[in-house]
Unconditional design. Structure first.
Length: 293
């Protein structure tokens, strides 16, 4: 590397360092279109798993069946099953809880994606766009709910997760899981409407609900909100996430990453080049001195 190429490398690294801070920026102010949301009332869920079956049919996934034998253990979402219902034994008895992507208001997976393959849409659903994905899997690392799944055994791997039936909600329809629920455990609407509905239920029936709406404030709010009769740690939810968005929490780190991993290697490479030139000059001088003697 000559001096000109060295300087070019440093300039490129510096430009990249200036461009990357958008990764750490959270959404400023309310979105132009209000996000859509789902309210899950776990006190109503009967564990029928109709939502699982509807999700599979809508997204071309394998039929999960409706057997209740699966409740013997706690299940997680997979590349072939974007939503699952689990059973928990709690202080209030048996509780069934649906799990899927939470579609965070300020989605860490979308913010971390270098190519915007993981994308927070204007209406709220977080979708994955295959044509833009470069396979870095930063979305998987950044998700506080550990939701995005990678098809490790596929020749053409994809990132798989719930997309909140984006094609349906874009034309005014309900997500398939919501439409299939026979007991109205799932309610769908704008986030503001769902938040108000949740608050009213908690206020009107204080003996039925634990006084907290999960997802209302966690990680700056999520597209899926939950009501429960018991504290949420009893039904498998993380209760240590806080109310600040993940992108905001990692902002300082992301700002420093370009300097550490881009400018510093370029600087070291330049130093190596300079030292190599000095050694070469010294060898030439020694060689010349030997010839003269």
């Amino acid at each position: 590397m000559d001096r000109r190429n060295f300087l070019k490398t440093v300039c490129v690294a510096g430009s990249t360092a200036m461009a990357l801070p958008h990764l750490a920026q959270a959404t400023d102010g309310p979105p132009e279109t209000e996000f859509l949301s789902v309210l899950v009332d776990t006190t109503r869920c009967i564990g029928c798993r109709s939502c699982e079956e509807a999700c599979a049919q809508e997204n071309g996934l394998p039929d999960p069946g409706t057997s209740k034998d699966v409740f013997a253990e706690i299940r997680d979402t997979t590349t072939e099953q974007w939503t699952v219902v689990n059973r928990y034994d709690t202080d209030a008895g048996e509780v069934f809880v649906k799990k899927q992507c939470m579609h965070c208001n300020q989605a860490a997976c979308s913010t971390a994606c270098l190519t915007q393959a993981m994308f927070k849409t204007e209406k709220g659903p977080v979708i994955w766009r295959a044509s833009k994905c470069m396979g870095c899997r930063f979305c998987m690392i950044s998700c506080p709910f550990v939701i995005p799944r990678f098809e490790y055994h596929s020749a053409n791997p994809k990132i798989q997760k719930c997309i909140l039936c984006y094609s349906r909600v874009s034309v005014g329809q309900k997500p398939a899981c919501v439409e299939s629920c026979p007991v109205d455990a799932l309610q769908f609407g704008t986030r503001r409407t769902m938040e108000r509905e949740a608050q009213n239920r908690v206020a009107d029936y204080p003996n039925r609900y634990y006084d907290h709406i999960y997802g209302q404030h966690e990680v700056a709010g999520t597209g899926w909100m939950y009501l429960s009769a018991v504290p949420f740690d009893q039904i498998g939810f993380r209760t240590d996430l806080g109310t600040e968005s993940v992108p905001a929490l990692t902002q300082n780190f992301l700002y420093s990453v370009p300097v550490i991993f881009l400018l510093w290697p370029a600087f070291l490479n330049g130093m190596r080049y300079t030292k190599s030139n000095e050694d070469a000059v010294q060898i030439d001088l020694d060689s010349t001195s030997g010839e003269e003697s």
